[in-house]
Structure formats: structure tokens, C-alpha cells
Design a protein around this ligand. Sequence first.
Ligand SMILES: [Zn+2]
Length: 339
Amino acid sequence: MKEALMQIKEKGVAEIRSAQSLKDLEAIKVKYLGKKGELTQILKGMGKLTAEERPVIGLVANEVRALLEETIAKEVSILEEKAMLEKLEQEKIDVSMPGKMPRKGGLHPLTKVLHELEDIFIGMGFSIAEGPEVEYDYYNFEALNLPKDHPARDTQDTFYISDNIVLRTQTSPMQIRTMEKQRPPIRVIAPGKVFRSDSVDATHSPVFHQIEGLVVDKGITMGDLKGTLELVVKKLYGEDAKIRFRPHHFPFTEPSAEVDVSCFVCKGEGCRVCKGEGWIEILGAGMVHPQVLRNCNIDPEVYSGFAFGIGLERLVMRSYDIDDLRLFFENDVRFLKQF
Ligand SMILES: [Zn+2]
């Protein structure tokens, strides 16, 4: 019986040491130490032993059991540590792997051209003014010589908040706000959003952008207006760009003009962009109406000035040959990333 125990000891230890997994160890444990295990079977047969043999064999049997249990425990901890190391190895972060590049954003084409224009005007000594988008009727219409019955005040064209408050239909109220706060000489541009009660189509949007310009000083003439706009156009479209004034009517300037630039695609010969005209309309301008100056307590006998309003969307559409205004506001990255 002692020999059988020695065999179990040798075989058991060898099997435990060569176990590949915790599952293997569990099976070995059952095989030797389980209820029907080899060691257990031997211990069950101890009743047949003599009184002298029993304690000797019992001692050996307990030693073998203890050794097997200890060896299994040791092997379990070795395998567990190995499994942990393998897991760590698998989950290791490789800092040298190339990362996911975040997509780089860019400026909206409207913003880009606006910045370009702002730089040009700042270079000529203008400052930038900002005003409210929700505006009093007085600033948006009345002080600009648009009396109560003027057709531009129709609810078809204007978003009314109340009888007295509107979403500004133009950036021109900034002329009044600037002249109320500041005495001449005045040189400002006022870029911003304006609102009209228009349905959305390829050339109309209920919201768009204007850039208002205002110069008031002693001895300002139409020549100054023309010179200023010529310089701006040459900086935008190159040295050979020309401008043309066509008579027009605005209530807040007198005389008034619509201003065209020679087509920067065909240089005046006529093409798709200029619709065969050779000229492209870019802004409205004129000499500040004496009544507008008087409304702001500026004496038109002493001071004079000019004003202009540029439609930003129209300018950018013409510059980049974009044929649909809606593209600016739909936030389609495929469109926007072209700029
Ligand atoms: Zn052209």
C-alpha cells in the first residue's frame, strides 16, 4: 500500500507540473483527491490494515495528500499570473501606432470674404461697428428717410416683432446709431445679418449679410466715394478691375447709384458669370441725404458724407461662381470644404 501511495505521489506531482490550464488542474484534483479519486480509494481501504500498519500508512497518506494539495495551489498561482500577463500584453497601448486624425475645420466662405473686406477697410482707416439685429422702426426706417407709408415697410418684406420693433432689413440703421454717438470725422463699416420676409430659393433667403459703409467729414464728395470703391475693388479683384456707377434711388442717399465692377472672369467681354453684360453689380451707394444728417444733429451745410451697402452673399457668389444661395446655409461639408 505504501508503494501505491508513492506511485500516486510521483505521478500526481508530474501531472500537476505539466498542467497547461486551470481547467487541467481541476481535473487532476478530482482524479486524485476527489470522492472517487485514487488517493481517496486507498484511504478507504485502510480498514483492512493491521493496528501497527495503520498509523504508518495514515501518516504517509496524509503527507501525499498535503503535497498534492500544495503543488496544485502553487501551480494555480503560476497559471493565474501567466494569464494576467498575457491579458496585459494583449491590452497594451501601442503609442507608436498612427492616431486618428481629427477632421480640420475651415472658415465659411462668407466669413473668409468678410475678413478680406474688413482688412481692406481697416487698412484705409475705417473702424468696424456692430449693431443690434432686432431694431427699432426709427433706426431701420424713419431716421433713414423711409416714412411710414414707404413700400419697403410692407409686412411682405419685413419681419415685425411689434409695431415699433423689426428684424433689421438692412445694416443702414448703423449709420444713424454711429452718427448719434460719434461726431465727424466718421469712417466705419458695419457688417452683419439682415432679414427679409422672403421665401427660400436659389437667389432669396430670409436672412443674409450686408456690409454698410459710412464716411462723414467736411468736404466729402462723390469723388471720395468713387476713389474709395475703386481702391476696394482693385484690392479684391486685381489692378485692372474697373467700376461703373449707374443712377439709382435710395431714400437715404442723394444722389444714389448702383455700382458695377468689370467682370473678373471675362474682363468685360461678356460671359456666363456676368450674363453677357461684361459688368457685375456689387453694391449700392450714394451721398448721405442731408435730412439723414439733420436727423442725427449733423449740419449738412458744414458736413457731407457717403454711404454704401454691399450684399455679402451676392459678392461671394459672383467671386466663386456659386449659383445657389441656399448652399451657404445648408452646412453641406462637401460644399464648404472647397473653400
Ligand atoms: Zn463676364
